[in-house]
Design a protein around this ligand. Structure first.
Ligand SMILES: Nc1nc2c(ncn2[C@@H]2O[C@H](COP(=O)(O)OP(=O)(O)OP(=O)(O)O)[C@@H](O)[C@H]2O)c(=O)[nH]1
Ligand SMILES: [Mg+2]
Length: 395
């Protein structure tokens, strides 16, 4: 039941390179469009400060791992085919991957900030990455709009007295993880009436866009930041007020992959996401020079950006929280701090109990905040880093 993060973007921006760097997979990468056709699913990790040291314990993770007091908590990552303008009408590889994307809880939009690939993923120069950001949002909006229109049609062909607009629309758009209450709220928040006959095309598009924004939260990974062109574009775009609303994480999928590969080969010691590493093996002069360049990059940008993009997606866009099951008296059955669970935004102590097991949730009495040793109630909202023991009649 872990979160799923989807990598999206036009072809040749580095989605598969990012995917491989994050999962140490070996999905093919290539400087030509549509290198990837079928989606790949892999396991990546998000970092959470390990709680064990605060309790003078050494954790024994059931899943993921712990390094430098950071817990690497598993998340699913999906690499999909590149998206080109008109995808919603079947251009490029068409609609299939839109469906693949739909299973993702949150998206990382990988953008080639170097400007060296055109809209179709072919080599070029001086392409403005802003066009990519705009196009992807517009493409997703069109996809939502198509489905919204079907819902409106259905509503209009039915006897309106027999059904409610939001019920019909929610049914049509259920695959996006929305519901009738949310749809009704969005319609009203846009100042529209609950009657599609009063809407024009712009209203429909705005509604589709708003539902898309809520159901497909997204961060931008500004990739290929190891090139001077990308840096120049990054400076420009991050100071453009039109893009203020986005979380843009500077990123070099190449750097992350190079460091992880070097570690696998016993050449460096590198904790994923760290802003430095140690060279521990024999390297040629050329390798040493390459590694020093990467060192400059990760120290300037506080890491390669791959970890940060995943964490921004989960913890900033989704506002998810990572909580450790605790033991108030320090008695662990199978080693301390075995788990760290990622829960939805605003999850409560009771939600946490249900996450552990439905029986534990059903028998929920109260919980203990192990950091303060205080009792907390069912409705207490949890925060990342909390250590919580649930007291339940079913234990
Ligand atoms: N300079 C630089 N190049 C990169 C980086 N990441 C990827 N690339 C290059 O960009 C090209 C495309 O990479 P892929 O990972 O295949 O891109 P993709 O987005 O998966 O492409 P499709 O599968 O065709 O949609 C390859 O030549 C990569 O080596 C990076 O961080 N820096
Ligand atoms: Mg690919």
């Amino acid at each position: 039941m872990s979160y799923k993060i989807g990598l999206v973007g036009k072809p040749s921006v580095g989605k598969s390179t990012f995917f491989n760097a994050a999962t140490m997979g070996d999905v093919p990468e290539g400087a030509y469009p549509f290198t990837t056709i079928d989606p790949s699913l892999g396991e990546a990790y998000v970092r959470v400060d390990c709680a064990a040291p605060d309790f003078d314990e050494t954790c024994e993770p059931n899943t993921g791992y712990c390094r430098d007091d950071k817990r690497f908590v598993p998340v699913k990552l999906v690499d999909v085919a590149g998206l080109i303008p008109g995808a919603h009408e079947g251009k490029g590889l068409g609609n299939q991957f839109l469906t693949d994307l739909n299973e993702a809880d949150v998206l990382v939009h990988v953008v080639d900030f170097s400007g060296e690939t055109d809209m179709e993923g072919e080599p070029t120069e001086g392409h403005d990455p802003r066009d990519d950001i705009d196009f992807l949002e517009a493409e997703l909006d069109q996809w939502y709009l198509g489905i919204l229109e079907k819902g409106i049609e259905r509503f209009e062909t039915r006897h309106m007295a027999e059904t409610e607009l939001e019920v019909e629309l929610a049914e049509q758009m259920s695959a996006f993880g929305t519901n009738k209450d949310e749809i009704k709220q969005v319609i009203l928040s846009l100042g529209l009436e609950l009657d599609p006959e009063t809407w024009d095309d712009a209203d429909e598009l705005e509604l589709a866009r708003e539902i898309r924004k809520r159901t497909k939260p997204m961060v931008v990974a500004a990739n290929k930041m190891d090139t001077p062109e990308a840096r120049a574009n990054y400076e420009e775009i991050t100071s453009d007020p039109d893009y203020d609303h986005l979380t843009i994480v500077p990123c070099s999928a190449h750097a992350e992959k190079a460091l992880k590969t070097a570690e696998e080969n016993g050449v460096v010691e590198y904790t994923p996401g760290a802003s430095d590493f140690e060279i521990t093996g024999d390297v040629s002069d050329e390798q040493a020079a390459g590694l020093e360049q990467i060192r400059e990059f990760v120290s300037e940008f506080d890491g390669s950006g791959v970890q940060r993009a995943l964490e921004a997606a989960l913890f900033e866009e989704l506002d998810a929280v990572a909580v450790f099951p605790g033991s108030a008296n320090g008695n662990w059955t199978n080693g301390p701090f075995p788990d760290c669970f990622v829960l939805p935004a605003n999850a409560t102590a009771e939600d946490f109990a249900y996450h552990l097991h439905s029986d534990i949730g059903d028998g929920f009495l109260h919980a203990i905040d192990c950091r303060t040793d205080r009792q907390i109630g069912a409705d207490t909202e949890l925060e990342t880093g909390d250590v919580v023991e649930v007291i339940s009649t079913n234990q």
